[in-house]
Write a protein that binds this ligand. Sequence first.
Ligand SMILES: Cc1cc2nc3c(=O)[nH]c(=O)nc-3n(C[C@H](O)[C@H](O)[C@H](O)COP(=O)(O)OP(=O)(O)OC[C@H]3O[C@@H](n4cnc5c(N)ncnc54)[C@H](O)[C@@H]3O)c2cc1C
Length: 305
Amino acid sequence: MTNSDVDVVGGGGGIGGLANAYALATEGHSVRVLERAPEFAEVGAGLQLAPNATRILRDWGLLDEVLAAGVSPRRMVFKDALDGAVLTHLAFDDAFAQRYRAPYVVIHRSDLLTILVRACERAGVDLVPSCAVEGVSADGDGAVVHSAHGDHRAELVIAADGLHSTLRATLSDDVPICSGYVAYRGAFPVARLDRRLGRDELNDITVYIGPGCHLVHYPLRRGEIFNTVAVFASPAYRRGEQEWGGPEELDDAFADACADVKEGLGSLWRDRRWPMYDRLPIPRWVHGRLALTGDAAHPMLQYLA
Ligand SMILES: Cc1cc2nc3c(=O)[nH]c(=O)nc-3n(C[C@H](O)[C@H](O)[C@H](O)COP(=O)(O)OP(=O)(O)OC[C@H]3O[C@@H](n4cnc5c(N)ncnc54)[C@H](O)[C@@H]3O)c2cc1C
């Protein structure tokens, strides 16, 4: 079966794929997004949006919604994870706004995804959940995307299917490279935390930097939610063990940290973790009618989030 033609088929409906779809639809193209998951959803943790992202959201007319759903932090404060001393800070003040011509925002990932889903719906994007992309082939002067539910013909195919991209295999046989670092996240309603947060914690992004580890926290959803991320290098991974990055290693990695950081470890989910992967650069992200974008093209190890 070949589904009706569209100008563009996007494989993957995460933040990158929906952003692509919205941009193309508002330029007048017919767009279909095929998403493997049963619904368009994101992990329930925070996301930092620097001015390079918020400037585009403003151009698209979506920044006001993003600001209303997120938090405009006062500062990003860097501290020593061991003794808690302030190392430096970046103020998100008028000078920052003038220099970068857009604000710094932190937002719950699912809030941003909801804004993008609604924007895509308004723009007429055909959003298709539960539809895993399996490959792409050339077809005359177009391309055909193959999925479990049939083929989709398009002029252009955009891969936004993330770090473990299926469509990237069309261009490259490289595989994700494990960094040996693992991230733990947690996002809890402020009212449910068993500790009282200070004014700085509720207004700043705080980044504690230590040897082989860092911990970041910031408020989300107008200050109703508190988001924490801890990242560390796993000794078990370095030793070549199959099981690595478990909660006991999390505690060990921050054993010498200051009291504030140790307290922050209590605001993490312990039943999920995110091993961090990278990829080597490849010579091109475009092949015929296929273009790679987002993590499918250039995943990045995170340091601040
Ligand atoms: C701990 C951590 C913190 C981070 N913090 C930040 C931050 O603060 N700010 C920032 O800018 N970046 C941050 N990043 C990076 C950021 O999350 C990613 O770069 C971004 O999510 C990539 O978006 P994407 O849409 O390209 O891929 P993804 O978000 O991975 O989306 C891919 C989508 O494709 C779908 N999919 C996969 N395979 C298929 C298939 N075969 N067919 C159809 N659909 C498929 C998936 O279900 C998913 O919906 C962080 C990353 C990590 C790990």
